[in-house]
Write a protein that binds this ligand. Structure first.
Ligand code: BEZ
Length: 210
């Protein structure tokens, strides 16, 4: 069955370009993580995506997010491909890429959508919290590269809303005003978010909490 938000994500062991991982959960070690799949090695969109994420690695680090890619090709193929990623994008791969030739990870995370392809994964993204629970999923087709700045943006929202009783509005970015959660009464909102603005009884705006 497909993974759903709030599920504890499956643990697995795998070979990667950074060596063997005996337990994905142990590798995460209480951090946030992004696990993202690539349909195939030596393909154009995937090459650009892996290099883009390598360039953004400091941004993921700042947020205490570990990134890890997965492709169903074997490790020797990944090792040969890595040079192309640096050549094309100027960014050397600086996070592990899982080799998943027997599709263990792809199947555990339901990354193969047979009506798209029987053999290659779609472009899945899983954002996993420190509690190993699934916080967000994205699914793109093979032909569309992902927007990783959007991924950082939603991670900012996930991390903020995990700490404070707020939600983030459409197109919200770090530092912008947020919405007070519906679960917070007006009386509690006065205490927690003094000076908040009521646009509608159900839509109360406050500056982003620190
Ligand atoms: C790509 O990465 O460019 C790609 C991979 C599989 C199918 C189509 C495109």
């Amino acid at each position: 069955m497909a993974l759903r938000l709030g599920d504890v994500v499956p643990d697995f062991a795998a070979d990667t370009t950074d060596g063997r991982i005996d337990s994905f959960h142990a590798w995460k070690d209480g951090a946030w993580a992004v696990l993202f799949s690539h349909p195939k090695d030596f393909t154009p969109v995937c090459t650009t995506e892996l290099g883009t994420v390598a360039g953004l690695k400091p941004e993921f680090d700042k947020r205490n997010v570990k990134v890890i890619g997965v492709s169903v090709d074997p490790l020797d193929s990944h090792t040969r491909w890595v040079g192309d990623i640096a050549d094309v994008t100027g960014n050397a791969l600086n996070y592990p890429l899982i080799a998943d030739p027997d599709k263990t990870v792809a199947n555990l995370y339901d990354m193969i959508h047979p009506n798209a392809s029987d053999t290659a994964t779609v472009r899945s993204v899983f954002v996993i919290g420190p509690d190993n629970k699934l916080k967000l999923t994205l699914t793109y087709p093979a032909s569309t590269g992902r927007n990783f700045l959007e991924l950082l943006r939603v991670i900012d929202s996930l991390q903020l809303t995990s700490k404070h009783s707020v939600a983030t509005p459409a197109d919200w970015k770090q530092g912008e005003d947020v919405i007070i959660a519906l679960s917070v009464s007006d009386a509690d909102a006065q205490q927690k978010f003094p000076g908040y603005v009521t646009k509608k009884p159900y839509l109360r705006i406050t500056p982003q909490p620190k």
